[in-house]
Design a binder for this molecule. Structure first.
Ligand code: NAP
Length: 273
């Protein structure tokens, strides 16, 4: 009988972690690529981040994913930040380089990857929400060179702050359905499984068959927003695409290897279904 002894340890920190799909994706990737590594789930309360990061530096941990609520605070414990982490103002990936602990951000690439093929057609975009995912979305849209970006949020001051920082437009939450946009991205948790399921974050009057509607929520796979957009004949993109692409990019950073996106998507969808 052969015994599996991992040579490298990775994991995810966040709180609460719930049923994160990251261990499934990365452990599958290690197995497919014949890499002797393991990826673990590390639920970590905010007050324990300091101690955890001390351990991270002394124990043989090769890298980690970082999720809510640590994406900002973890920046205090690293040696260097990549340009894309600086741009997004948040870190979701840790890795070692020449003895330095580096903080990177793959959410930005994960968010815009599913839009790349359509980028030429998108002239106007509306981002709903103004939290961490909204920042990643706005950064991604600017990388795709979409000039006319608007942002709308329940708390207007937060959207206004992001609009000022990224030099984009602000739209009042009550007016978010008044104009037509080529692309609408939901970055709020409205529509998520649990008490918010069934809530649509957008006023759909101006959603048309040539609108692209992208919901970063992926549980359920078909949110109320995507259901209503489909009924209008719009093209829809599920948040599982962002999750998939940010994860593939993390895997590439840690291992230098590309996983097959179609097989990885099938793996994630089989779990979610
Ligand atoms: P966050 O920083 O807490 O921001 C949440 C945003 O949603 C805020 O702008 C908040 O508005 C708004 N919001 C919350 N409850 C609302 C409500 N009842 N009505 C209207 N607006 C509401 O969270 P985040 O990190 O940006 O993540 C947001 C969501 O994005 C997550 O729930 C997750 O589903 C999704 N996400 C997906 C991926 C992926 O890989 N697909 C990755 C990251 C995030 P206020 O400012 O008014 O509070």
């Amino acid at each position: 009988m052969s015994v599996f002894i991992p040579e490298k340890i990775y994991g995810i920190i966040g709180y609460p972690l719930g049923h994160s799909l990251s261990p499934l994706l990365h452990n599958w990737g290690f197995s497919k690529s014949r890499i002797q590594a393991v990826y673990m789930s590390w639920p970590l309360e905010p007050e324990n981040l300091d101690n955890f990061m001390k351990g991270f530096r002394t124990l043989p941990v090769s890298g980690a994913s970082v999720t809510i609520p640590h994406k900002l605070a973890v920046r205090n414990f690293i040696d260097r930040e990549t340009d894309r982490a600086k741009g997004a103002g948040a870190v979701n990936t840790l890795y070692w380089e020449n003895g330095q602990l580096v903080g990177d951000n793959t959410d930005v690439a994960g968010c815009y990857a599913p839009l790349e093929a359509e980028a030429d057609k998108i002239k106007t975009a509306l981002v709903l929400g103004a939290g961490g995912a909204a920042r990643a979305a706005v950064c991604g849209l600017q990388i795709l060179k979409i000039d006319n970006i608007s942002i709308s949020n329940r708390t207007a001051s937060k959207a206004q702050d992001l609009a000022d920082e990224f030099q984009i437009s602000h739209v009042d939450w009550d007016n978010r359905g008044k104009e037509r946009y080529d692309l609408i991205i939901n970055t709020t948790p409205l529509g998520m499984s649990g008490e918010r399921i069934g809530i649509c974050p957008m006023i759909m009057d101006n959603v048309e068959s040539d609108t692209i509607v992208y919901d970063l929520v992926y549980n359920p796979l078909e949110t109320e927003l995507l259901k209503r957009a489909s009924e209008k004949g719009a093209k829809t993109i599920s948040g599982i695409e962002m999750f998939l692409h940010q994860g593939l990019e993390q895997f590439r950073i840690w291992t230098g290897k590309n996983l097959d996106p179609d097989s990885a998507r099938e793996l994630l969808l089989s779990k979610l279904r």
